[in-house]
Design a binder for this molecule. Structure first.
Ligand code: NAD
Length: 259
C-alpha cells in the first residue's frame, strides 16, 4: 500500500456520508490520521472504528455543526488534542438547496449559504492559526460544477458554490507565502446518498438517472472514490505548487456546449 499522506493529520467534514466518507477512508488507507467530522457520530464512529482496525491509523469521530463557530472551534481543539496538530482540512459537508427563487424562504437561503459557504469559512478560521504556526497546511474545499455553470432550477446552491470557489482563490492567495495551500474541487453528478435522494425526488427516477448518464460524454455517473483521489492529490505534497485553483471532476460534461 502506498502512503501518500504518511504522518499527516486530516480533518474531513461531512465524513459521515458520500464523498466525505470516501475521502476519509482513502486518506486513512494512505497513512493519514483522520478526524471524521459530521453533525452526529452515528455513521462516523463506526467508520472511524473500521478504519482504525483496517489501517492501524488512530482515526476519530468528531461531532460539530459546521455552521456553528463555537462547535467548530471545540471540534478543532478536540482534534488538535488527539493528534497534536492539523495538516489537512477537507471541507466536504454540504447540502443541496434547489428552489424557485421567489418560493425560497429566508431559512432555506440561510441554510444553503451557512452550510455550503459559511461552514467552510468557519473551519478554515479555526484551523489556520495552528497551520500558520507550523507554516504548513493544505486545505481542499468541495465545491461543485454548480460553482462554474448554471443549471436552471437549482437556485440558490450555485450562489454558495461560486462563493466557495471565490473563498478558495482569495484565501489561497492571502496565505500562500506562509506555507498554506487552499484549492477546491468541483464534482459533477456523483452517486452518493444526496444524489440518490435527489433522483428519488424526480417524477421518474429511472428515466432521470438515464438522462443524467446520457448527458455525460463518458456516459456514466461519477463515483465518490473518483473525487477522493483528486482530493488526495491536492492534499498531498505532490501538489505543492498548486494553489488557489479548482479542479473540475465531471467526466468532461462542463466542456459540452450543445448536445
Ligand atoms: P451527502 O449528503 O451524502 O453527505 C454530506 C454530509 O455532510 C452528510 O454526512 C451530512 O450529515 C454532512 N453535513 C451536512 N450539513 C452539515 C453541517 N451543518 N455540519 C456538519 N456536517 C454536515 O452529500 P455528498 O453528495 O457526499 O456531497 C458532499 C459534498 O460534495 C457537498 O459539499 C456537495 O455539495 C458536494 N457535491 C456533491 C455532488 C454530488 O453529485 N454528490 C456534486 C457536486 C458537489
Amino acid at each position: 500500500m502506498s502512503e501518500r499522506l504518511k504522518q499527516k493529520t486530516a480533518v474531513v467534514t461531512g465524513a459521515g456520508s458520500g464523498i466525505g466518507s470516501a475521502i476519509a477512508s482513502l486518506f486513512a488507507r494512505q497513512g493519514a490520521r483522520v478526524a471524521l467530522l459530521d453533525l452526529t457520530a452515528e455513521t462516523t464512529e463506526p467508520l472511524a472504528a473500521q478504519l482504525r482496525q483496517q489501517t492501524g491509523q488512530p482515526c476519530i469521530a468528531c461531532v460539530a455543526d459546521v455552521t456553528q463557530p463555537e462547535q467548530v472551534a471545540a471540534g478543532v481543539r478536540q482534534v488538535e488534542d488527539a493528534f497534536g496538530h492539523i495538516d489537512i482540512l477537507i471541507n466536504c459537508a454540504g447540502v443541496n438547496v434547489f428552489r424557485d427563487a421567489l418560493a425560497l424562504t429566508e431559512d432555506e437561503w440561510q441554510r444553503c449559504i451557512n452550510v455550503n459557504l459559511q461552514g467552510p469559512y468557519n473551519l478554515i478560521r479555526s484551523v489556520l492559526p495552528g497551520m500558520l504556526k507550523r507554516q504548513y497546511g493544505n486545505i481542499v474545499n468541495v465545491a461543485s460544477v454548480h460553482g462554474h455553470k448554471i443549471i436552471p432550477g437549482a437556485f440558490p446552491y450555485p450562489v454558495a458554490k461560486h462563493g466557495l470557489i471565490g473563498l478558495t482563490r482569495s484565501l489561497g492567495v492571502e496565505y500562500a507565502s506562509q506555507g498554506i495551500r487552499i484549492n477546491s474541487i468541483s464534482p459533477g453528478l456523483i452517486m452518493t446518498p444526496a444524489a440518490e435522494a435527489w433522483l428519488a425526488s424526480c417524477p421518474d427516477p429511472a428515466a432521470e438517472r438515464q438522462r443524467q448518464q446520457n448527458l455525460l460524454p463518458c456516459k456514466r455517473i461519477g463515483e465518490p472514490d473518483e473525487v477522493a483521489y483528486t482530493a488526495l492529490f491536492l492534499a498531498s505534497d505532490e501538489a505543492r505548487f498548486i494553489n488557489a485553483t479548482d479542479i473540475v471532476i465531471d467526466g468532461g460534461r462542463s466542456q459540452v456546449y450543445h448536445d
